[in-house]
Ligand binder design. Sequence first.
Ligand SMILES: C[S@@+](CC[C@H](N)C(=O)[O-])C[C@H]1O[C@@H](n2cnc3c(N)ncnc32)[C@H](O)[C@@H]1O
Length: 258
Amino acid sequence: MPPAPAPYPGLVEMEFGVPIPGVIVEESRWARTALKKIPAGILDWPALFGRTAPVIIDMGCGNGRSTLHSAVARPEFDHLGVDILPVVIRYATRRGNQRGLTNVRFAVIGGRELLADHVAPHSVAEIHCYHPQPFYDPREFNRRLITPEFLVTAHRALLPGGRFYLQTDNPGYWAYMRSIMPEFFEWSELSGPWPDAPLGKTRREIMATSKKLPIFRGVGAARIELSLEDALAKAARLPPPVFNADRRLRELDREERE
Ligand SMILES: C[S@@+](CC[C@H](N)C(=O)[O-])C[C@H]1O[C@@H](n2cnc3c(N)ncnc32)[C@H](O)[C@@H]1O
């Protein structure tokens, strides 16, 4: 494969033949999208972005493709992309910077910690979570992100009616997700690609689609009538994320990391 061209103003970068959203701008207009250290306590969104705007969180954003997509398409929203892997956040940050995006920040932090410790109740318009890791080894089942307890914190972080977008190519994980999402969200599923990203919103989605794997997508609006107390009580009754993750899909995880 020929080496990728060095970034220059006007360049549209490609990944697996699909453009990475946004266009590289003159270096003098590059942004600073790295949030190097999440400050202790609750994040002050207006202070973080220098304006007051509805906030979107991309959980496990990987190389940031979906965060960039939304940030470019919806400049009136502010975006925080988070992932536990510093290397992918470095990619995401570089791309956000080179596109001059002032409505994006990227940070290394786990989704659970972010919502539990740093997000004020009812302060977020949307949460997106594309292809959370299914974790195949039973010793790692406790690392699965989508759990009833996590959904309580997501429901609490969202404005009433705020939206939670979920997507996976793992049938076992999907069966689990769709069994618990309606408990906290007015849930609906999508039969085809997201209308605003027909070629794929994320790196994983594009890779899985190229292998003809089915992609499962849904969105839920935070139930307005559900109090924190009731959400916690529900979570205590719901099953943990124990499902067969299908080890055959593991190969794609390895390729994704390359
Ligand atoms: C399968 S990749 C998907 C990345 C991207 N969303 C996509 O669809 O291309 C899953 C990502 O979730 C991240 N991750 C795993 N556990 C996480 C957690 N607890 N909090 C945040 N990110 C996590 C991984 O580091 C990885 O980048």
